[in-house]
Design a protein around this ligand. Structure first.
Ligand SMILES: NC(=O)c1ccc[n+]([C@@H]2O[C@H](COP(=O)([O-])OP(=O)(O)OC[C@H]3O[C@@H](n4cnc5c(N)ncnc54)[C@H](OP(=O)(O)O)[C@@H]3O)[C@@H](O)[C@H]2O)c1
Length: 238
């Protein structure tokens, strides 16, 4: 597996950075992206960073061309980049809606679309979409975000059905509350309130998510596809 190439969107911080580091420690070739510059330790020689916006199809087309030229097209695609732009529905603007859908859902479409052809050609691939517990149970103030994440679960299932015969698996990971920049805005009272509902009585760490992603990207998960797997301390039980 060590010669496998992994592409991770949103690798500059939080969960995406942790995923990137997990693969780097295990000697994979990692291609990371974010709009900002890389935050990954420069000592990792097998890390390649590209500053692109996943909502821009032109950026993605150019990136694809450059990866193809350098023989860096990924075997494993991790659609991790995502944003929140919370507002109660009555106050939610068109812009709040468009930003979140364009990044979380259309961004995933954009990346998957360009990288899938090479996976089909090689008859091997792993696609992992980072969804959210919010897409499974809903959350006030997150109609845009829940919709985008719920849609990713549908995206995952349909694509898994289309690509199973090509030896490509497609799965979603649905984190609960993970301590990253995305959850720092919550004050301590709100955090305590949330923790009361989490059986494991804590927020998750980025590593809790990256370990599962790593497993789903490995050959040990070759009979798992079309699933949405929660990493949420038991917050939502199906
Ligand atoms: N933290 C949680 O509790 C939690 C729970 C459930 C699901 N999730 C999901 O997990 C994923 C990672 O979340 P996180 O908590 O690690 O968030 P984060 O710390 O805010 O990091 C988000 C990453 O996405 C990148 N990004 C955002 N918009 C982008 C764009 N248009 N183009 C390219 N890169 C973009 C960011 O880099 P730039 O800003 O530099 O572009 C950053 O690297 C997201 O999909 C999120 O929805 C998180």
């Amino acid at each position: 597996m060590k010669d496998k190439k992994v592409f991770i969107s949103g690798a500059s911080r939080g969960i995406g950075k942790s995923i990137a580091e997990h693969f780097l420690i295990n000697n994979y070739i990692v291609i990371g992206t974010s709009r900002s510059d890389s935050n990954i330790d420069k000592d990792y020689k097998n890390y390649h960073h590209f500053s692109i916006d996943i909502t821009s199809r032109i950026d993605i087309k150019n990136l694809h061309q450059s990866l193809e030229n350098d023989d860096l097209l990924p075997d494993i695609l991790i659609n991790n980049a995502g944003i929140t732009d919370d507002k109660l529905f009555l106050k939610m603007s068109d812009e709040n809606w468009d930003n979140v859908i364009n990044t979380n859902l259309t961004g995933t479409f954009n990346l998957t679309k360009v990288f899938i052809k090479n996976m089909i050609k090689k008859r091997y691939g792993r696609i992992i979409n980072i969804s959210s517990v919010s897409g499974l149970m809903g959350n006030p103030g997150q109609v845009n975000y829940s919709s985008s994440k719920s849609a990713l679960n549908g995206f995952t299932k349909s694509l898994a059905k289309e690509l199973g015969s090509r030896n490509i698996t497609v799965n979603s990971v649905a984190p609960g509350f993970i301590s990253t920049d995305m959850t720092t805005f919550l004050d301590n009272n709100k955090k305590d309130e949330i923790i009361r509902d989490i059986p494991l009585k804590r927020f998750g760490k980025s590593e809790d998510v990256s370990q599962l992603v790593y497993f789903l990207a490995s050959d040990n998960s070759s009979y798992i596809t079309g699933q949405t797997i929660s990493v949420d301390g038991g917050l939502l039980m199906h």
